[in-house]
Design a protein around this ligand. Structure first.
Ligand SMILES: [Mg+2]
Length: 183
């Protein structure tokens, strides 16, 4: 279990190096937190395509990406399927038990799990995981307790910033660039 205080850069790097599972909140992390509702009760969310690519890059290098959301939305189920995110736990009103479920499903140890959350409902995940990450525009109580705060806001590339830093910390970046710059 981790003490919840901002960590020195060096400690963040060390923890990033041993992360095997990344748990993402949806509203305010994968989206900017807004929900469009139409007169039929239909729901629309805006996802960042670069976040999606970051998730794919992590998966291609053996990391597991999971979603734990307090709400339930078919939009999220569609996006998760598109990105092969697994497990996807929706309607998690209490996220502590959801964390245990992710550990059971993935076989990961808590220290190898990073969490990205933006609101107080995510704090049960923060106190259980190895690296607690929040986004630039998160709730102040969450910002105060995160190990690391991204420069970018939720729904605007924060997940990609996390993915890129994981890829750097785990030594995948040079090969990744070679792949795109090579013949
Ligand atoms: Mg949220």
């Amino acid at each position: 279990m981790s003490e919840l205080d901002p960590l020195q850069e060096e400690e963040v790097e060390q923890r990033l190096g041993r992360i095997g599972v990344l748990i993402l909140d949806v509203d305010g992390v994968l989206t900017e937190g807004g929900i469009y509702m139409d007169h039929r009760g239909g729901e629309h969310k805006r996802f960042d395509v670069r976040d999606g690519h970051g998730i794919k890059l992590l998966q291609q290098r053996g990391l597991r990406v999971a979603i734990v959301s307090g709400r339930r939305s078919t939009v999220v189920a569609h996006r998760a399927t598109e990105l092969a995110v697994d497990p996807v736990i929706q309607g998690a009103t209490r996220k502590g038990p959801a964390f245990q479920e992710v550990l059971a499903t993935t076989g990961a140890e808590a220290a190898s799990v990073a969490v990205v959350g933006d609101d107080v409902v995510d704090l049960p995940l923060f106190v259980r995981c190895g690296l607690a990450i929040t986004v630039a525009d998160a709730h102040p109580e969450v910002r105060a307790r995160a190990h690391w705060i991204t420069h970018t806001a939720g729904g605007h590339g924060a997940v990609r910033e996390v993915a890129d830093r994981l890829l750097h910390a785990q030594g995948h970046w040079p090969a990744l660039l070679d792949y795109y710059l090579g013949p």
